[in-house]
Design a binder for this molecule. Structure first.
Ligand SMILES: NC(=O)c1ccc[n+]([C@@H]2O[C@H](COP(=O)([O-])OP(=O)(O)OC[C@H]3O[C@@H](n4cnc5c(N)ncnc54)[C@H](OP(=O)(O)O)[C@@H]3O)[C@@H](O)[C@H]2O)c1
Length: 311
């Protein structure tokens, strides 16, 4: 393995989306490895609170070329973990996650960046999209960025991240896990800490060129099973409850003129409910590959559940 910036030259690494759910763990893991890190954030004070003093923060927006050029100063490797999948940013989804990311690639090339790690989605099956008559823009955008990387001269790696294990905890209200559509029989999920560690190791390596990696935790399981396992791990009884998708469908139509967030969320929820069984069946092999390739101790749902109890 040949490391980026090993030896005397240790150029800073830019993490775009470095304050985010996955990004902050990528930053933390890079700092733990003694690397200097730069982060572009729209709110420097918040970024400082989240990341501490050990990071160079460039205040700016990824849609601004000037901000991007400033953030890329002195950098040789970039992790792209930016997301606009929030009610506040969803109208600018394509601008932020696609047009601006492509602009970053253009400027990164000019700035002499050689290594790019792109955090994408786990797996997008065209046949499933056709079968369900869905064309979620958030997934389509990821494919467009991946296609641009594929024809670029960067040393690139795509990490297709599974949904965060936090998805289970986010659906718990009181003592009930409430799941629109009930979820699939088996869904891969991953701990944000593992995403952070693997992405940090990946960007420091240059032997993962042109690889698309599926980044998953050790097992795929249903929401019902997750509720049982969280109960067993914490001693707190969590019930599982499936609710119909219809209210979400109605809400997405009603709210669309004001805010299109739910109309972007709905196809993702439908895709999740129809998660392909054959892809879920490959999770043990995909995970074994990660364990064989990276040095880390994988986080289980039980470990996340115990952390969740303490918060
Ligand atoms: N979370 C999941 O379960 C999950 C699952 C699969 C794949 N992924 C993928 O993982 C990646 C990261 O997702 P996440 O959940 O960690 O995102 P997140 O928590 O929503 O964080 C979004 C990040 O993007 C930055 N950002 C947003 N708009 C920006 C703008 N205009 N200019 C500069 N920065 C901007 C934010 O920075 P500031 O607010 O500091 O500006 C923040 O750091 C995405 O590619 C996502 O598709 C996530």
């Amino acid at each position: 393995m040949n490391c980026i910036g090993s030896g005397k030259e240790k150029a800073p690494i830019l993490v775009l989306g470095g304050t985010g759910h996955y990004g902050r763990h990528i930053v933390r893991s890079l700092l733990e490895k003694g690397r200097s890190v730069q982060v572009l954030s729209r709110n420097a004070a918040n970024a400082r609170d989240v990341l501490g003093d050990g990071v160079r923060i460039v205040e700016g927006d990824i849609t601004s070329r000037d901000s991007v050029v400033e953030a890329l100063r002195g950098v040789r490797a970039v992790v792209i973990s930016v997301s606009a999948f929030t009610p506040r940013s969803i109208r600018r989804l394509r601008l932020i996650e696609c047009d601006s990311v492509l602009m970053v690639l253009e400027n990164a090339r000019d700035a002499g960046v050689s290594r790019i790690v792109f955090i994408s989605v786990y797996d997008i099956r065209e046949d499933l999209l056709r079968e369900l008559n869905l064309d979620p823009e958030s997934a389509r955008i990821k494919l467009e960025v991946e296609a641009a990387l594929a024809v670029s001269e960067f040393n690139w790696t795509v990490l297709g991240a599974a949904p965060s294990m936090q998805i289970f905890f986010a659906m718990i209200r009181g003592d009930t896990m409430i799941v629109p559509g009930g979820g699939p029989p088996a869904l891969p999920t991953v701990s944000r800490m593992d995403v952070g560690e693997i992405a940090a190791q990946a960007v420091l390596r240059d032997d993962l060129h042109r690889k698309r990696v599926r980044l998953t935790g050790p097992e795929a399981f249903s929401f019902r099973e997750a509720a049982l396992r969280i109960s067993a791990a914490t001693g707190r009884s969590i019930r599982f409850r499936k609710i119909p998708l219809l209210p979400l469908e109605i809400a997405s139509i009603v709210t669309r003129p004001v805010n299109p967030f739910l109309s972007h969320l709905l196809p993702m929820v439908k895709l999740m409910n129809n998660f392909p069984l054959d892809v879920a069946a490959q999770v043990p092999q995909d995970h074994q590959w990660l364990v064989d390739t990276f040095k880390y101790a994988p986080t289980t749902l039980e470990m996340e559940a115990q952390r969740w109890m303490k918060t």
